[in-house]
Design a protein around this ligand. Sequence first.
Ligand SMILES: NC(=O)c1ccc[n+]([C@@H]2O[C@H](COP(=O)([O-])OP(=O)(O)OC[C@H]3O[C@@H](n4cnc5c(N)ncnc54)[C@H](OP(=O)(O)O)[C@@H]3O)[C@@H](O)[C@H]2O)c1
Length: 280
Amino acid sequence: MTVPTVPTIVLNNGVEMPQLGFGVWQITPDDRAAQAVRTAFDAGYRAVDTARIYTNEAGVGRALAESELCRDDVFLTTKLWNNEQGYDSTLRAFDNSLAKLGTDYVDLYLIHWPVPFHGRFTETWRAFEKLYADGRVRAIGVSNFEPDHLQTLLDGASIVPAVNQIEFHPYLQQHALQELHQELGIVTEAWSPLGQGKVLADPAINAIADRLTRSPAQVILRWNIQLGNIVVPKSATESRIRENLALFDFELSESDMAALAGMHRGDRIGQHPNDFIDDF
Ligand SMILES: NC(=O)c1ccc[n+]([C@@H]2O[C@H](COP(=O)([O-])OP(=O)(O)OC[C@H]3O[C@@H](n4cnc5c(N)ncnc54)[C@H](OP(=O)(O)O)[C@@H]3O)[C@@H](O)[C@H]2O)c1
């Protein structure tokens, strides 16, 4: 069976990252995650988005080890959890993630949340820069960073984050961050692109989907592709895993893109990054 080829985005250090990846939050335990990732690889996904806090890095690693794909065929992202921030603790946490993933490098390592309350993301970033200099990560980035967090980070940084992975869907379009990312050369990566399923019932999105004989999920994901975002939908259902990848044989018109742009409401699913201090 031929599988779709996903376009890549060139990050600010020249590394190419697939524009669509497979999100694995809430796919646990490891056996279930391994099964889902195997299905995603079979469907044609070549990027996986996990995190230490998802407690499924070992499952992702198992799927990779058992697959016929080479390590270099797959773009692997993982994230440092909040209670691991700090210079030495980051280096230790990275080793633990690598051991679980069963690999000797990751493609993209992200600070999961800024947790400004702890005030440790600048020293954490120094450890990220060391991991990058040592060749143990191909790119480093952040997640859930607001404009002021990015400015503070950059004040003490030698490397500009390659990516900021943020909540992004038609109801939360993050205009200020999109503008700043463009200015700084940071790629926007959309998490919960389907609003965890909540955006899929939107009548206007359904009208576009019906007209194009596509699903609402495909319309939203295609919109991200045309915006130039990287996007990581999650599904534990084989038919949806395949559906979410079938985005590269149709296009949204300018007027459809404009209709989606007009859907912003400022509705968040997750907490505001300034308030999120969860560090269990
Ligand atoms: N950096 C962060 O702080 C952060 C936070 C949240 C998420 N993320 C990342 O972003 C990824 C995606 O976000 P998410 O998991 O929160 O939500 P999401 O991808 O927006 O939505 C997932 C939900 O939508 C359903 N779904 C998926 N495809 C569908 C389709 N084609 N039709 C109908 N329903 C569909 C899934 O159901 P089934 O699984 O039952 O099919 C699941 O309930 C995560 O897995 C994670 O990798 C990062």
